[in-house]
Design a protein around this ligand. Sequence first.
Ligand code: FE2
Ligand code: FE2
Ligand code: FE2
Length: 427
Amino acid sequence: MKQLTLDLIDTVRGISECVDLVNPVFSHHHKRVTCIALNIAQRMGLSLEEKRELAIASLLHDVGALSIKERVKYLEFESDFGVKNPYNHAEIGYYLFKEFKPFLNPAIYIRYHHTYYADIEKDSLPLGAYILHLADRVAISIREGDILLQSKTIKDRIRAQSNRMFNPEVVDGFLSASSVDGFWFDAVYMPLDALIRENNLSKGINITLDELSSFAWIFHILIDFRSRYTATHSCGVAGVALELARILGFSKDELKLMEIAGYLHDLGKIAIPVEILEKSDRLTEEEFNLMKFHVYYTYRILEDIEGLEQINTWGAFHHERLDGSGYPFGLREEDLPLGSRIVQVADVFTALTEDRPYRKALPIDDALIHIETLVRDKKLDRNVFSVLRSNVDLVMERLSEVRRRGLEKFNNFYSTLGVNDYAFSVE
Ligand SMILES: [Fe+2]
Ligand SMILES: [Fe+2]
Ligand SMILES: [Fe+2]
């Protein structure tokens, strides 16, 4: 089976930036934490591999916080959550990222990024994990205005927590690294590209399509599980697209790529507030415009990952239409290969047969009639549609099975992790 070479830093950078976009309150939080953490790690002489793991963990550490409300909660410097009451987003991050082999160590860093040093067995974690925790607290302490004026207060605050919140060795590393102005300027200017280059963090690793699929699976959970209405959407699209592609004669490797494209097609929704995904009234024009951004983000995030070009073309063009009336690029028939057309039909079919906050799922026949109209209007592909119509029982069998498993996973996810209401809250 086909192997791919991926640069791990590239795979997470775009996603990290996108999450930072969700709300200006976060003001590039992931990026800032990564810059601070790398500067401390460099000062402490961590190995290349440890620095790479730390960068991945820093870039993703709060991605498990599924709603804005939850993310805002973690901007307070100190709270009484210790290991007995683990932060859900840290636990979610661990639970998901460990499923992709190269992220196993970063997943451990993420799990403990809010845990007090005093609450766990002494020095049981890799140094990077302690650095991430401290860097995160430094980042949230930074306010608008003169950074050098703030630096003393921040240093005092961190020093006072040596041995309690933070590993004393890492506190020393931080105090030493932050004794120069450049450390603080980096914390504000956030020269992530330069730090990645200086530290030589880019490195291609070989992964199989199955491994890539587990990587995509993680992100499908992060996208879909933010709202019960979308809980099985991406895996549903993946299932339908896979079935259609199989009937249309795609090869085994192409089918894997198609499944991955389905998992990732709505990746950019990670930057859309859950409040919009859950809204039961009609979206205002402004909200709809924001919603439209999601495919654009998908495209731009995937574009930065060398090796995923085909997945991007298939997945990110699912709101384009053959007559050029789609978005965000207004592509036309000649720009849209069969793979993209399959995902378009799979997306519409899956969405129409799902409940939405503002309507119930459509019966299958009605969904088919609806898609037929779009085909007649030259928006969706006629051939793909006729494959769907003549095999609708088979497709539905697969879709129902995928949905059943997805829902089971969704319920398990929330009960196992002790996460209850926050992903749904619309306050
Ligand atoms: Fe966090
Ligand atoms: Fe954070
Ligand atoms: Fe979409």
